[in-house]
Design a protein around this ligand. Structure first.
Ligand code: FES
Length: 243
C-alpha cells in the first residue's frame, strides 16, 4: 500500500493502469437484466404458428415431466424468430415448458449464444481465448471494430453489426476465429476480416470455414500422417486370440 501511495504521488497512475492490457469485460452485462424500453416483461412476443409446432414436436422427444430439456431449443427458436431474446419471451418459454422463470434466466445468462439484446443484423463474435489470442485475436478484433464501425459490445449506427468478444468457440486448431451468427470464419488474417465484413455489407454471405485454403484443420503443408490404408481387423492381436 505504501509503495502504491508513493507511486501515485509520483503521478504514474497511467503506468499502473497499463500493467494489464486486457480489454475490460463488462461481466455484469451477462447476468443483469434491467427493464428498458425495448426489453421488459410487456415486450410483445408470441411464437409464430410454425415455430410453436416445431417446439411442440421437440418437446415430444422427451419423457413426460422432462419438458425442460427442450429449453435450449425453445430459446433458439425465439432468437431465430425475434432476432434476440427479450425477457417476455423467456416468460413465455417458462410457461410453455411449465418450469420456473428462474430456470430460463439461468440458461439465457449462462450461454453466450443467447442474445439478450439486439445485436444487429449480423452479430460478429471474435474469440479471445488463449489459442486465438496468441494467434492475434487482439488485432483481428481491432480490424472488426474498424471495418464495422462498431465498438465491442455496441451496435453499428445503421444497426447492421453488433460486435462481441466470446470465449473458446471450439475451433482452436484454426485460430484466430470469428463467428458471424451461425457461420465460422477461421485462420483469419486482417485482409480476410475486411473482405468478410465488406461482403456482408454488400448483402453476400462469404464462404465460411478456414480462409487459408486448407481443408478443415489439416496441416497447412498437407496431410502428414495416416497416409497408408488402415491395417485390417486383428492387427497386432495376440496369436492365441486369432481364430
Ligand atoms: S480459443 Fe478460439 S476457438 Fe478455441
Amino acid at each position: 500500500m505504501l509503495m502504491l501511495h508513493k507511486l501515485r504521488s509520483l503521478n504514474v497512475q497511467c503506468l499502473l493502469r497499463n500493467v494489464s492490457t486486457s480489454k475490460q469485460l463488462r461481466s455484469e452485462e451477462l447476468v443483469v437484466h434491467r427493464d428498458g424500453h425495448e426489453n421488459n416483461p410487456k415486450t410483445p412476443f408470441e411464437f409464430s404458428e410454425a415455430n410453436l409446432n416445431r417446439l411442440c414436436a421437440i418437446i415430444q422427444n422427451y419423457p413426460e415431466g422432462a419438458q425442460r430439456s427442450a429449453l435450449g431449443a425453445a430459446l433458439d427458436l425465439v432468437q431465430r424468430q425475434f432476432g434476440w431474446i427479450p425477457i417476455s419471451a423467456m416468460h413465455k418459454v417458462a410457461e410453455i415448458l411449465s418450469i420456473p422463470r428462474m430456470r430460463v434466466y439461468e440458461f439465457a445468462t449462462f450461454y453466450s449464444m443467447c442474445k439478450r439484446r439486439n445485436r444487429g443484423k449480423f452479430n460478429v463474435k471474435v474469440c479471445v481465448t488463449t489459442p486465438c489470442m496468441i494467434r492475434g485475436s487482439d488485432v483481428i478484433l481491432q480490424a472488426v471494430e474498424v471495418a464495422t464501425k462498431c465498438k465491442t459490445g455496441g451496435l453499428s449506427e445503421d444497426g447492421t453489426f453488433g460486435v462481441d468478444i466470446v470465449q473458446c468457440q471450439g475451433a482452436c486448431a484454426n485460430a484466430p476465429v470469428m463467428v458471424v451468427d451461425d457461420d465460422y470464419y477461421e485462420d483469419l488474417t486482417l485482409d480476410n476480416v475486411y473482405e468478410i465484413i465488406n461482403a456482408l455489407k454488400a448483402g453476400c454471405i462469404p464462404p465460411q470455414g478456414p480462409q487459408s485454403g486448407r481443408f478443415c484443420a489439416e496441416p497447412c503443408c498437407g496431410q502428414a500422417s495416416l497416409l497408408e490404408p488402415p491395417p485390417a481387423p486383428g492387427f497386432k492381436l495376440q496369436p492365441a486370440l486369432v481364430k
